[in-house]
Design a binder for this molecule. Sequence first.
Ligand code: KIV
Ligand code: NA
Length: 263
Amino acid sequence: MKKVTIRDVMKKYKKGERIVMVTAYDYSFARLVDQAGVDMILVGDSLGMVVLGYPSTNQVTMEDMVSHVAAVARANPRAMIVGDMPFGSYEASNEEAVRNAVALIRAGAEAVKLEGGREIAERVRAIVNAGIPVMGHLGLTPQKRHILGGYRLRGKTEEEVQEMIEDAKALEEAGAFSIVLEFVKSEAAKRITESVNIPTICIGAGPHCSGQVLVIHDILGLAPFSPPFAKKYFDCANAIVKAVKEFAEEVREGKFPGEEHSF
Ligand code: KIV
Ligand code: NA
């Protein structure tokens, strides 16, 4: 099947078809989520928490992102690969932002994602001018959790909604091709979605968005903890523990390896 590009994403958006994004961080998972037919694979910095065991996303480095984007890219998915720009990789200057976005593209990403609104619009423009599609990220922006005062639901006051609408418009104006809205009140996400002409991809922001994204570890029941807005479609954690217990038992009882696995 044909590779998904930003043109396909925009086509779906214009037709009113919902866009599907899911995270993946390595070769095996990228192959599987791609077989499931998602539109975009996000190599998110959530990688830090669900794969690398860091306390937050703030510890994730460019080296981590490059390594995992490259692993996902080796799966050669049909879905478009979006690479998260980690904390510290785009704040200091346009030059550094472009250099790091280029590194993610070289690793195999086909777009990058940055957290923030008006304050990073200049960065978004610089990266887009380098020929790299940019996805924005508003609402709960986990990299900025210290200044937000924790992982709070956004869009509870009219002032917050207006701020996010201004941010969304600034991102669109700077050339972003879509915007993630994370943990935003449904009604606020609806108004933000209506205020721009690019798709909003939501997580914990209600149904009135152009698309939805979830972390694969939350979908599969693999995460040590999941946010309240994530839906668990499978209890993979228990399936893994059960399978490995069976293996351990068979080894201890001398049942494995049997004839068919011995040469
Ligand atoms: O890192 C991530 O997985 C994300 C999604 C939650 C949008 O940024
Ligand atoms: Na992220």
